[in-house]
Structure formats: C-alpha cells, structure tokens
Design a protein around this ligand. Structure first.
Ligand SMILES: Cc1ncc(COP(=O)(O)O)c(C=O)c1O
Length: 320
C-alpha cells in the first residue's frame, strides 16, 4: 500500500472506448504529437466544466503519463523565463520530481535538470497535517518564475486549482488519466498550459521525449472525460480510508482527513518512519511509504502514507 495504484478495474467507459479504437487503423498509429484532437478538446472541456478555466484545446499537450508531463512543464517554464528564472515546486512532491529538481544524485541521468537548463528550483513546503497551500506565499512568487502545478490527484476530493490562487498566466498544470480514471498502466497524461507559448514549449519537449502517447488509449480517455466517468472512486476511496483508519495500530494517528487517494498518519510512539515501515512490512506484509521520500532536506521523520486505492489489502494493516 506504499505505491499509489488501484487494485480494481478503472473507468469502464474508457476501457470500452479504447477497445473500439483498437479496431480502427488510424487509431493504432502515432497520434498527432500534441495528442488526439478529441482528447485535447476533452481535457480543455473538463477543465472548463469543472474549474471554469478558460484554456482551450490549443493550450493542451497530451503526454505519456503525468511523469512526462512534469518534465515537459519544467522545461517549458525554464525556457519561458529566459533560462534565468525559477520553478516553484510544492513539497511534499512526487519523488520523481524530487529527483529531477532537488536530489540530483538520485537520478544522475536527469539530475539537476532545472539547474542545468539555467533555472533555479524553489521548493515550497506545505506543512502537515493539512498540507494546505497558503495563498500569500504563492502570490509572492518572483516575477520570472513559473509554478508547475502537479494536480494529478484532482479526481476525488474537492479540488482547488493552483491557477485559482496565483496569476494563471504563470501556471502550468499537469494531469494524469492514470490517476483520474484509475488506469495507471495506460500512461496517458497532459499539460494544460496557461498560454499558447508555454504549450508550444511543452510540446517541443514532448517531441524530444516520447513523440506521442498511446493512440487507442487516448481515444478511451477522451470518451471517459466527455462522459465524466471517473468510476465512482470518490466514494470508494473514502470508504477505504475509513476502513484503513479503523484498522490503524495505536502507534499511528491519521492526519488530514479523508480527502483523497491517501491516508497520511503520524507515528505517535516516537519510532522513526523508516524503522516503522520496516517493522510493519515484516509483521503484516503491508508496505507503507515513509513521507520523507516526498521532501527535500530536512524531511519530516514521523509521517507515513498508505494508499486508499487498495480495496483488498486494507484490513491487513490491523494485524499489526
Ligand atoms: C504526485 C504525482 N504526480 C505525478 C505522478 C505521475 O503520474 P503518471 O503515473 O500519470 O505518470 C504521480 C504518480 O504516482 C504522482 O503521485
């Protein structure tokens, strides 16, 4: 339960539409590099329906998963700032992003992508237990910085976009069909850029990296977004959270509430996170993620994370 992936079938609408797409010759070949037109339209329309955003399909670039979208967004932001600006990254962050931006030795092949491209990484810490964005800090971002807003977990809880608290012109939003539709193996993600110039820069990065995302799967994702089929995960994850919270050992206290894909818990008996997760794995077979992997230095050492996306293994946590 350390890694965030579902153990159930994801969006049925998406899976059916992708199966149909497999029967069409054109949908088994490269898509346009920026993505299938219907998916770019569907993403723009989803953002407009859900958040009232004004971006159009022109501002959307489809990528091979949210991870690639992060790299393209960072590159676009640095280039747009004239290679002298910064990229604001919120902590806790996706560990891959830490590898790219902060912890260079982790990923030598990507390491220091920001500094090598001439930019500066600016981690901005969101504090436990609420992990809330404090608007004032964000509003203070320097003139030539861009915010890479990793919003792949927009799907379940009430979501407030970063672009709603800062100048939207400075935000590059990243999304993932893997997370939104519970189809992590499909590797379909996207960027919603704040303007056409940023979208062009992100598209150029995407051309270099993967060229195009899997075409039939893009068709499936487009249909599911058009039909708002997220597979009812909001209710399911909340239910899993409640089961998980009830099963926690007395050494853990849930923090932050049932707001999404994960339960974050504080270790209240003084054990450090690494020792705790090792012992839990040994005694129950359940793996939790120490929250330190989502931070630059110095990380918190008293927090662990479980996914709410596993419906079958949750009860085993209680065996500890
Ligand atoms: C916060 C965050 N951002 C981005 C990603 C990458 O998304 P994808 O699986 O679509 O590449 C993940 C994956 O776990 C994630 O947790």
């Amino acid at each position: 339960m350390g890694q965030g992936y579902p153990d159930f079938l994801g969006s049925e609408v998406a899976r059916r539409a992708a199966a149909e797409a497999l029967k069409e010759a054109a949908l088994n070949q490269y898509s346009a590099p920026r993505g299938l037109p219907q998916l770019r339209e569907a993403v723009a329309s989803w953002h407009s329906r859900r958040y009232g955003s004004k971006q159009t399909a022109e501002d959307v670039v489809v990528t091979a998963g949210g991870q690639e979208a992060l790299v393209c967004a960072i590159r676009a932001g640095i280039e747009a700032s004239g290679r002298s600006g910064g990229v604001v990254v919120m902590e806790p962050f996706y560990p891959f992003l830490g590898g790219v931006v902060v912890m260079e030795p982790f990923y030598p092949f990507l390491g220091g992508a920001v500094s090598r491209a001439g930019g500066i990484a600016m981690p901005m810490r969101l504090e436990a237990p609420e992990f809330r964005i404090r608007g004032v800090e964000l509003l203070d971002i320097p003139e030539n910085a861009f915010v890479v807003a990793d919003e792949v977990y927009e799907g379940t809880a009430k979501h407030r976009r970063v672009a709603s608290v800062v100048d939207p012109q400075r935000v590059i939003t990243v999304g993932s069909a893997g997370k939104l539709l519970s189809l992590t193996g499909w590797r379909v993600g996207w960027i919603v850029a704040s303007n056409r110039e940023l979208a062009d820069r992100a598209a150029a990065a995407h051309l270099d990296l993967t060229y195009a995302a899997p075409t039939p799967l893009q068709a499936g994702v487009a249909r599911a977004l058009d039909e708002d089929d997220l597979g009812g995960v909001g209710a399911l994850f909340k239910q899993n959270y409640e089961k998980l919270e009830a099963a926690l050992p007395s050494s853990l206290k849930a923090r932050g509430g049932p707001r999404g894909y994960f339960l974050v818990a504080e270790i209240i008996d003084g054990t450090d996170d690494l020792t705790f997760v090792e012992r839990l794995a040994e005694s129950t077979g359940v793996v939790a993620a120490p929250l330190r992997v989502f931070y630059a230095d110095p990380p918190p050492t008293n927090l662990v994370r479980f996914t709410n996306q596993h419906t079958t293994s949750t009860p085993r946590v209680g065996a500890s």
